[in-house]
Each structure stands twice: as structure tokens, then as C-alpha cells.
Design a protein around this ligand. Structure first.
Ligand SMILES: *Cc1c(COP(=O)(O)O)cnc(C)c1O
Length: 419
């Protein structure tokens, strides 16, 4: 059934819908997938089957017409479970599971926008997202403006300018991440939404870094929320997945594009994602606590670090080491417990280098302008022991600092040092 989003269409999910705004995210997460009617049909509520079928067969045309699943690209019981779980976590009316976070962004944008419409995109976002807007979206004849969306004065000025230069029937879509990547600025969703609404703009929000444990953008005025479930929702660095949540109407439009363009998720990945969501809260609490303690240690480190970005309740932090690219190379070479990997959100602590991986597609001047300097390292905090991670990280930073004595800067003397 193309175009049908997974909503709350049966008794059990209806029951959850009534309660899910009162339930804590930890409860919804721990019971992910258990509440779908399908579980009770096959009595495997605590060990749901993986429906590895590309096609379903029927006794009659009537049965076929009435079935929610007919062909794997357009949905299956496992993608329904995942969509349902993430919709519940985000207090959304409906959800859609996609093949990746990029798949979620692509199908949402293409379902909402057409040639001549305008997208106002926050300047510091995930590298792939940035590339999609800058290259592909523009090639479809849509206008894309990269601005500091988090600054509502800039946003308002951009919206007024767009309104003057666009036709009356064109749409404006605002896109940003609730915690930006890799500079970790925290968006005030309600304030951005208030400005956007005054201009009739739609709000598309990527909630990957914050997770619904910290923030539910739909309750603060967002129209659609997307996730890279590859990160914290999946949490184990063993799958690629994404999700779209929002109103039933907007999500079914995104699903129609995802089904047609083949952006749907496989049964196994969806099953893995649902299983992982059940431990979301306990993983996030542990990573947040360790990240906070690490940020304190990094700030107390007087040599070798120029800047630490570490919002509260965030498992990712970023910091700039002295010595630029050479400093980064030394840090990466010197790490032992912490691994160098270009993703985040897994159970292991990893570092990445935005300037050469996630944001390598940006022009060096553009990167510098945004603040993604060559010395910037992004750290995703996993579940290892705090002292082990801390010792490993500080040893590597000190090694890098010792290798670049001429440029050693004390962080407390550096005006760019921020919290
Ligand atoms: C990784 C990431 C994406 C892209 O997700 P994939 O699952 O890799 O396609 C989008 N947004 C953010 C914030 C990300 O971190």
C-alpha cells in the first residue's frame, strides 16, 4: 500500500497513543515493538520474527487489497514496528522507517518541496545533509540558502528577503539540527518555530544528536522530525537506518517518495533498530554522564586544547587541538582505547575529524567560516569506563601538545574558549 504511513490504527497502539505523552521516554523505549498488534498475532512479542520476505501471497484479490503489506519495498512488519516505536518516542502521530538518515531527509524534502520553492538550511549540519541541499536540491530547481538558522534575527531577515523574491504559491522550508554537527550548538526549536510560522514556513528538524530523551521537536512546533537511526537509536555501529515522524499526512507523503525511490529499510535492520531502542535510555544516560565528566577534564587541561564544545545531555563533544592537522594526526595515532571512526553514536567511544571526513565536501574557506577548523576533533562517548577513556584521551592530547611546543596555547588565555 504505497503512501500509507504507519500510524496508530489498531487497539493496542490506540491505547498507547492515549498514554504516550504521559509515559516517560525510557518506558516507551523499553517496550519498543511490543505494542504492535502483529506481535500478538504471532505470539512472539518478546522476540519478534524477522520477516525476510520480498513479497506476500494472498488467497484472493480482496485479501490482497486489504493487506498492509504486499511487497517489501513498500513496508513490512519490521519496518512498521520501527516506525511505530520512533513515532511513539517523538510523540508523533505517524512514523516511517527508512534505509538511512539521508533517506529520511531526501524523501521528506522531495515530498514537501518542488522547483521554485526555497530551503533555508542551517550552515553547520551533517556533511551529507549539507551536500544534498547544496548539490542535489539545487539541481532540482529549488533555492537553497545556508544561514545561521539558530540566530533568529538572521533567520527572520532571510525569511523576509525570501518572501519578497518568491512567488506567492511557493513554499519555504527551514532545516536545522537540534544539536548541530560538529560544533554542537543547541537550537531553540520553539523560538525558531515561532519565527518560521509567522512567515508560513515549514520546519524540518534533525533530532539525531539530541534524541527524544532530551528533546521532542514536534511538541515545540516542528512539522517533521528526521533521525539518523544509524547513531544513537541503533547505538551499536552495526546498521544504517533512518526515520521520519510527524503528522499522518506529511509522513504518508514522505512514504510515497520513499517507496517509489527505494529508500525503505530492510527487515533485519529494522529489527536490529527496534531491539536497540529498548536500551536507549540507559545507554544515553551513561554516555551523557561520561561526556560531562570528560568535558570538565578537558577544560581543566591547560595545554593543547583551544576550545571545548560540550552542551549538557549530549553524548558528543568537540574540541580543537593545537597544531591543526598535524596535532589531529598525532592525537589519532596516540589513542588506544578510543577508536578513530567516521561515525558516532555507538557503544564504543570514537573520534572523527570533521574537516577530512563528514565535512570534507565543503570548501576549506567555507569550513573555516563556519568554525570547522583543521584542528577540530569530534568525540562520540560510548559506554566504556570513564577513567579509561579520560586517561587515553588526555595522554593523546598531551602527546600532540608536546609535539607542537611553539603553538601551545593555554585555554584560559584564549578568548574563543566557550562552554
Ligand atoms: C549521520 C547523520 C545523518 C545521516 O544519516 P545516515 O544514517 O548516515 O544516512 C544525518 N544527520 C545527522 C545529524 C547525522 O549525524
Amino acid at each position: 500500500m504505497e503512501g500509507t504511513a504507519v500510524g496508530f490504527e489498531n487497539d493496542l497502539t490506540e491505547k498507547l497513543k492515549l498514554n504516550h505523552e504521559e509515559l516517560q521516554v525510557a518506558t516507551i523505549a523499553a517496550q519498543a515493538g511490543f505494542c504492535n498488534k502483529e506481535n500478538f498475532v504471532d505470539r512472539t512479542g518478546h522476540g519478534k520474527a524477522i520477516y525476510a520476505a520480498s513479497v506476500y501471497e494472498f488467497e484472493s484479490l480482496e485479501e490482497y487489497m486489504a493487506s498492509a503489506h504486499t511487497y517489501g519495498r513498500c513496508g513490512h512488519p519490521n519496518s512498521d514496528d520501527m516506525a511505530h516505536a520512533i513515532a511513539c518516542l517523538e510523540s508523533a502521530e505517524a512514523g516511517l522507517a527508512t534505509s538511512s538518515g539521508m533517506g529520511a531527509i531526501v524523501c521528506t524534502v522531495l515530498s514537501l518541496m518542488k522547483g521554485g520553492d526555497t530551503m533555508i538550511v542551517h550552515a553547520d549540519t551533517n556533511g551529507g545533509t549539507n551536500f544534498f541541499f547544496a548539490e542535489h536540491v539545487r539541481s532540482f530547481g529549488m533555492k537553497v540558502e545556508f544561514v545561521d538558522v539558530l540566530d533568529v534575527v538572521t533567520l527572520e531577515a532571510t525569511l523576509s528577503r525570501c518572501k519578497e523574491t518568491s512567488s506567492d504559491d511557493s513554499r519555504v522550508l527551514i532545516f536545522f539540527e537540534t544539536i548541530t554537527n560538529p560544533l554542537l550548538r543547541v537550537a531553540d526549536v520553539a523560538a525558531i518555530s515561532a519565527v518560521g510560522k509567522r512567515f508560513g514556513a515549514l520546519l524540518l528538524v534533525d533530532n539525531t544528536f539530541a534524541t527524544p530523551l532530551r528533546c521532542k521537536p514536534l511538541l515545540q512546533g516542528a512539522d517533521v522530525v528526521v533521525h539518523s537511526a544509524t547513531k544513537f537509536l541503533g547505538g551499536h555501529s552495526d546498521m544504517i537506518a533512518g526515520a521520519v515522524v510527524g503528522s499522518a499526512k506529511l509522513v504518508s507523503q514522505a512514504k510515497a517518495v520513499a517507496d517509489c525511490w527505494g529508500l525503505s529499510i530492510s527487515p533485519f535492520e529494522a529489527w536490529l533498530c527496534v531491539r536497540s531502542i529498548r536500551t536507549l535510555e540507559i545507554r544515553m544516560e551513561r554516555s551523557w554522564a561520561t561526556a560531562e565528566k570528560l568535558a570538565v577534564r578537558l577544560r581543566a587541561e591547560k595545554h593543547g586544547i583551544l576550545q571545548v564544545n560540550s552542551p549538557p545531555k549530549c553524548a558528543v563533544l568537540s574540541f580543537e587541538v593545537v597544531g591543526g592537522l598535524e596535532g589531529v594526526k598525532t592525537v589519532i595515532r596516540s589513542l588506544g582505547v578510543i577508536k578513530f571512526a567516521s561515525s558516532l553514536g555507538g557503544v564504543t567511544t570514537t573520534v572523527s575529524h570533521p574537516a577530512s571526513d563528514s565535512h570534507a565536501d565543503l570548501h576549506p574557506e567555507e569550513r573555516d567560516h563556519i568554525g570547522i577548523h583543521d584542528g577540530l576533533i569530534r568525540l562520540s562517548v560510548g559506554l566504556e569506563d570513564f577513567e579509561d577513556i579520560s586517561t587515553d584521551l588526555l595522554r593523546a592530547i598531551r602527546t600532540a601538545a608536546a609535539a607542537t611546543p611553539a603553538s601551545v596555547v593555554r585555554i584560559d588565555e584564549d578568548p574563543s574558549f566557550t562552554s
